[in-house]
Design a protein around this ligand. Structure first.
Ligand SMILES: Nc1ncnc2c1ncn2[C@@H]1O[C@H](COP(=O)(O)OP(=O)(O)OP(=O)(O)O)[C@@H](O)[C@H]1O
Length: 234
């Protein structure tokens, strides 16, 4: 399969008295398609997105491949090694849950960041994103002066600007009203599809995901003693 292929992965968090584990037997993300991780709050959606985006190491024994490259092995030289950071920056674009914009950069500087970090400068594409995401009037403003929707659209533009193979978006519409959420999601999926990026997003809102025709992977808490969540096919 062309795309991301994760097998036999888990993430274990132990923090004093608190423990939490997510288990994933199989997770495939085809290139150029969108999938959504759903599940209740606290079921581990953000953790799995971080694992997929090389922001968090899986437990030992996981297999994680893209284009024949073993992405899981990139962690073997530590979390700050250059190959890991380079792969993360070049293959993925991120839309963090809170927007994650740098407060000291303007909208257009924030959007240009992913291009300058990867050396993929493309001012025409940057201008097209600003126009498509309706950010022209605010492109010179700093994030503090933006509405939540404008921040979210800026974050989406930044994640797409370097044309990553995959865009990872953590609850990209959670802070928006229902009609803006539908519009932003539609636009996001349309632009990602136009440039051939795969999209992996998380959402609480299974109805919205279904309405947009996005395939779903659900994280479900396993009943019983210890906090354990497992990915199930829905
Ligand atoms: N350091 C830690 N030690 C133990 N458990 C942790 C630690 N950090 C996070 N967790 C637990 O990991 C679980 C998964 O968190 P995560 O943020 O991935 O959930 P989520 O599904 O994205 O939630 P939400 O929808 O509310 O954003 C939570 O139950 C949280 O309590």
């Amino acid at each position: 399969m062309a795309g991301l292929s994760l097998r036999n992965a888990s993430i274990s968090l132990v923090d004093g008295e608190r423990t939490f584990k997510v288990e994933i037997d199989v997770l495939d993300v085809p290139e150029g398609q969108a999938v959504a991780l759903t599940g209740v709050s606290g079921s581990g959606k953000t953790l799995v997105l971080e694992l997929l985006g090389l922001l968090r190491a899986p437990d030992a024994g996981a297999s994680y491949f893209w284009k024949g490259q073993n992405l899981a092995s990139l962690w073997s030289k530590g979390p700050r090694n250059r190959a890991l950071a380079q792969c993360r920056g070049e293959v993925f674009g991120f839309v963090p849950q809170t927007g994650g914009l740098l407060p000291f950069l303007t909208v257009s500087q924030n959007i240009g960041l992913s291009q300058s970090l990867t050396g993929r400068m493309d001012s025409d594409w940057q201008a097209a994103l600003i126009e498509r995401l309706d950010l022209g009037d605010v492109s010179g403003l700093f994030p503090a002066a933006l509405s939540i929707g404008q921040r979210q659209r800026t974050s989406i533009a930044r994640a797409l600007a370097h044309r990553p193979a995959f865009v990872i978006a953590d609850e990209p519409t959670a802070a928006l009203d229902p009609s803006s959420a539908d519009q932003v999601l539609e636009l996001f999926l349309e632009i990602a599809q136009a440039q051939g990026s795969g999209v992996i997003l998380s959402s609480h809102d299974q109805d919205r995901i279904a309405r947009h025709g996005i395939g779903q992977l659900k994280l479900a808490m396993v009943p019983g003693g210890r906090p354990l969540s497992r990915l199930v096919v829905v």
